[in-house]
Design a protein around this ligand. Sequence first.
Ligand code: 0O2
Length: 271
Amino acid sequence: MEIQLWKELLDPYEQAVSELLTKFRNVKEEHEKRNLYSPIESVSGRTKTVASILEKMQRKNIPFESLEEEVEDIAGIRIICQFQEDIDTVSQMIGKRSDMEIRSRKDYLTNQKKSGYRSLHLIVWYTVETLNGPKRIQAEIQIRTMAMNFWATTEHSLQYKYKGDIPEHVREKLMRASDAIEMLDEEMSLVRSEIMDAQIDSQIETNLVKDILRCIENLYRLDNKREVVKIQNEFYRIFSTHNLEELKRFHRQLAIIAEGSRAQSVDSGKD
Ligand code: 0O2
């Protein structure tokens, strides 16, 4: 295959990775805007390099004609979750989407790999719109916790260092580390609801502050500036108490003031 053809082949996969990244990041943002806990902590993606595709084709005896069918991870997305319970939530969410279809799943959580690798892999069908029309391609979505990701990233570097032939004594240490990671994920699950509550409160506070400041800015344009400075000082005072309930109350009061001020300015505009 010529260089030009590799580019043609990989372009739709690059497009798919870019679109999928945006879509999954939007899922996280949507949760945050609605003060909901996001099962997605972060997302990354990559298109497999030609060297890596060639290596896999040689290792698995894959002919060029079936490259796109058999190399399922040319487009790869990695979704990182905080807790192991979130992996299932994300997987179900993907299953319900209309813009991708799960073709197969490899559950390396219940069936941990011999290396100690743990993760859930979904192979999905995804359609990209290209200048030549729609193209349906496969993408691999790896879903794992932050702890699992730490292990996999480190082990991947060692595989590179030892060219896939990790010495037995290092392998043993990696296995022990993998067991420790599993225990860590289980321990973290025990405090999941507390951590989720704390994170939701922090998100509510962030969104309230954003809204309050927008309100104050609008009032500043419409109202008696000295009064608005007083309101702002009151906001700073309440913010410094770290009392979320107080902040919510202040937000409600401010919304009423803002509404009154808006009504007044509409009325005076009529005169
Ligand atoms: P990359 O892009 O560097 O991550 P293969 O594992 O390649 O023989 P298969 O069956 O198609 O073939 O894939 P599998 O095992 O379901 O998943 C392949 C990808 O999962 C790998 O991509 C890794 O990202 C990850 N993975 C699978 N097993 C391990 C493991 O033991 N350790 C680590 N760290 N990651 C693993 P590539 O091909 O390595 O490419």
